[in-house]
Design a protein around this ligand. Structure first.
Ligand code: AMP
Ligand code: DBH
Length: 538
């Protein structure tokens, strides 16, 4: 395993000075920090409930006190401001004091998902140079501390494994006062090519994104936001999500499992007013609502995003769940689009929203890099006050993903309506968007090629009525073909998140080649997908 030489460099995120000056002058960046805003809310309304999860119900004052103790715990372990700490936690209340504890100590969370396994965590640990990992005891039958120990055995720099629940913490010493322009945490990219990249987000830029999101969604003291998707994902974290809700002085409800039984019971019990889901979950909830006895009348807004929500499904939200729909099209790299609460019905049902900020710059370009005629589909590029200018420690990806003048190439194909709303048409890259989880074809092909009976492999997305897209691995066996189940078990055994295991394995004798030699992987995947769909249609 090659370890990049720059692993120990602290994460940075820098906008050119003239842009930074403009974003400050416009009032987007206000010099707030995560620790600062929590302290402010705890001072303004100490006794208001901030977070509910399982048997835990903590006020703003209690949340702050717990976060301060967690910060003291990290100090006692000898971690220094700027050090990175991986956070792998399900949707439990202690998620919040754990991450605010890191912020207060000046440490930099690296957000892993509960689904990530050893291969992914080891990659995050190496790339971030993390010194610690915070997790929970066994959750839903999975032993998280055992996973963390296995990662630490592989990456020795990861010296401190902390289980947040077990009374971790100590009285803190003097706490640092981080620069609002500094990197607050590392978010994880969907990994559209190869392994996931680390996304450095600053206090200034991220707080702007969720403060503005909370306004767009009308959040206030009476809002009750339920985190149904994994809390570490950018959507429930910030659009407006957990942080936007706390910023607005509302209440966060941690939903440990998004199945309708659990989620509906919590909506009723806690009077949830807003939550966000991916399209397959929306379909499931709409179906379950027909026979559910739970009272869902508190729910005012259902946000749907992460993958394209089809207009026919979108039209069923209000009749079946009795609430309004908001479409959300966002990315951990920055740009987030929302349909607005006062948008006309056809906009809410038929588009994926428009950007948060007047300073979000949008380019829609053809394959040659020229602007398309207004209304025509093209590649979406963006630049703005909460969109990154670079990934952490990724010179090659940075050269590919950003233009010389700092626009981020989203990889999405969109069309813009006269109102400025975007309609997502598809994407240029080859990743699979499986129910909102992004899977890199390359990453999985690489694992498949490690199997002794695999000569070559190509992973493609296949349209799926429930998941939106599912993954299909086309495999040329070396000699006798193994069973598809064995290929799946092999990928699983490589220590990957379950959602990356191919949904389908199809053996083929050869891949199409041109007269000149091998065609590009991209053309190959497209050809395999087309042939498969053609055969299925017969
Ligand atoms: P990630 O890299 O995991 O942050 O995923 C961001 C990507 O998810 C976007 O670039 C889109 O491809 C996709 N995405 C997010 N929201 C939507 C949406 N509402 N409709 C279609 N695609 C979406
Ligand atoms: O898919 C995403 O990454 C996403 C979707 C909606 C996102 O990051 C967001 C909103 O902030």
């Amino acid at each position: 395993m090659s370890i990049p030489a720059e692993t120990d460099s602290p994460p940075r995120q820098v906008w050119p000075p003239e842009f930074a000056a403009r974003y400050r002058a416009a009032g987007w960046w206000r010099g707030e920090t995560f620790g600062g805003f929590l302290r402010q809310r705890a001072a303004e309304h100490p006794d208001r409930l901030a977070v509910v999860g399982g048997a835990d119900r903590w006020t703003y004052a209690e949340l702050l006190a717990r976060a301060e103790r967690a910060a003291g715990g990290w100090q006692a372990l000898g971690l220094q401001p700027g050090d990175r700490v991986i956070v792998q936690m399900p949707n439990v209340a202690v998620f919040l004091p754990a991450v605010f504890g890191l912020f207060l100590a000046g440490l930099v969370p690296v957000y892993a998902l509960p689904a990530h396994r050893q291969t992914e965590l080891a990659h995050f640990a190496r790339r971030s140079g993390a010194r610690g990992l915070v997790t929970v005891e066994r959750h839903e039958g999975f032993d998280y501390p055992a996973l963390a120990r296995a990662v630490a055995a592989e990456v020795p720099a990861l010296a401190h494994i902390v289980v947040a629940e077990g009374g971790f913490g100590a009285k803190p010493g003097p706490l640092p006062d981080p620069d609002p322009a500094s990197v607050a945490f590392l978010q994880i990219s969907g990994g559209s090519t190869g392994l996931s990249k680390l996304i450095p987000r600053t206090h200034d830029d991220y707080i702007y994104s969720f403060r503005a999101s909370a306004r767009i969604c009308g959040l206030g003291a009476g809002s009750v936001y339920m985190a149904a998707l994994p809390a570490a994902h950018n959507f429930p974290m910030s659009s407006p999500g957990i942080f936007g809700t706390l910023y607005a002085g509302g209440r966060v409800v941690m939903c440990p499992n998004p199945n309708p039984a659990t989620a509906f019971a919590l909506i009723e019990a806690e009077g949830v007013t807003i939550t966000g889901v991916v399209p397959p979950l929306a379909l499931l909830w709409m179906q379950a609502a027909a026979t559910s006895k739970h009272d869902l009348t508190s729910l005012q807004l259902l946000q749907v995003g992460g993958a394209k929500f089809m207009p026919e499904a979108a039209a069923r939200v209000r009749p079946s769940l009795g609430c309004r729909l908001q479409q959300v099209f966002g990315m951990a790299e920055g740009l987030v689009n929302y349909t607005r609460l006062d948008d006309p019905e056809e906009i809410v049902l038929g588009t994926q929203g428009r950007p948060i900020s007047p300073d979000d710059e949008i380019l829609i370009l053809d394959d040659e890099g020229n602007p398309v005629p207004e209304g025509a589909p093209g590649h979406l590029l963006t630049r703005g006050p909460y969109t990154i200018r670079a990934y952490h420690n990724e010179p090659a990806a940075n050269a590919r993903s950003f233009t010389p003048d700092g626009f981020y190439r989203t990889g999405d194909i969109v069309r813009r309506l006269p109102s400025g709303h975007l309609e997502v048409q598809g994407r240029a890259g080859d990743h699979i968007n499986r129910a909102g989880e992004k899977i890199s074809a390359e990453e999985i092909e690489d694992h498949l090629l490690a199997h002794p009976q695999v000569f070559d492999a190509a992973v493609v997305s296949i349209p799926d009525p429930f998941l939106g897209e599912r993954s299909c691995a086309f495999v040329i066996p070396a000699g006798e073909a193994p069973k598809p189940a064995e290929i799946k078990a092999f990928v699983r055994s490589r220590g990957l998140a379950e959602f990356k295991v191919p949904d389908q394995v199809v053996f083929v004798t050869e891949f199409a080649t041109t007269a000149v030699g091998k065609i590009s992987r991209k053309a190959l995947r497209a050809a395999l997908r087309a042939r498969y769909l053609e055969q299925e249609a017969r």
